[in-house]
Design a protein around this ligand. Sequence first.
Ligand code: FAD
Length: 305
Amino acid sequence: MVSDAPALHALLARLGARRDVPLAPRTTWRVGGPARFLVQAPSQAPLAELFGLCAETGTTVCVLGRGSNVLVPDEGVDGIVVTFPDARSPLSLEADGRLVAGAGVSMARLSAEANAAGLAGLAWCAGIPGSVGGCAVMNAGLVTGGKREMADVVTEVTFVDRTGVVHRYGPEALAYATRRSALQGAGGCVTEVVLQAPGRGDPAALIAETRGIIADRRGRQPKLPTAGSTFMTPPGLKPAGFYIEQAGLKGLLRGGARVSAVHANWIENVGGATAADIAGLMETMVETVQARFGITLHPEVRRLP
Ligand SMILES: Cc1cc2nc3c(=O)[nH]c(=O)nc-3n(C[C@H](O)[C@H](O)[C@H](O)COP(=O)(O)OP(=O)(O)OC[C@H]3O[C@@H](n4cnc5c(N)ncnc54)[C@H](O)[C@@H]3O)c2cc1C
């Protein structure tokens, strides 16, 4: 809900907030309803003020990155959604191999600029369709071709907490684990991420490495709108897709949502899917795998708000 507090609405007007903005086009699943208010990447001080005012007034506020790992409900978000467009997000490369990225920088841009500058160890980032902020929260990474993840390269995160207080967190406070971080569910907002490139390399070779990763992924991934992996790998067990496939769920359709025949842990929007279709399919997948193998699947995709 959004409070009527005049101070909050004055700030929303100052930030150029837009009303009733459809979120589906901003997600890779292409589902979900509108945001009551959408605010684009204010600088840190007004952002902290916004989170502070939302906390004080009981207003719902959440962050949408590049929408590649979220399920937005069909009724939308009755609150304020903050986004960080890539074009407005700064990225600087330091002489010591550090990269300082605004939360909205796309992983593809991060990778391209690091490669061009001969900073090795970030070529893989181009394989992930998220923002640096979203990927720092999710500890995004690749498994095929060797495990590489944000935890290997993130050295500091600037975070506005749910009450508007700004923190700088190092790796220990981030408590990274596979697709997990202390920032998930914390309710605040990453504004900047500092990464350390692990080495130097020949730009042409790094660009070729990125091209290889992208080509390999294109060949193996479903072509329809998805949010990547739906469920996490159960600790110490095989990837979730193995159990979903063994349970015979590949191709299962619910409304416009389908368990991919290419990759059982991915749900495709075959056209006209609703968030309820996807959520219902996820429920069936969890129940079926639980009944068949006694294994509880936990979602990797996050729900807004
Ligand atoms: C085709 C495809 C392939 C994929 N492959 C991979 C893969 O190989 N490996 C992998 O790890 N993931 C993969 N993903 C999933 C996804 O790209 C990652 O989880 C990514 O980290 C999400 O980033 P995002 O910016 O899109 O975040 P969103 O999906 O917008 O948000 C995800 C969560 O992070 C929060 N969030 C986003 N930005 C911020 C911020 N600035 N501050 C605070 N919270 C924030 C959101 O509130 C939400 O809870 C894939 C997705 C797709 C569609």
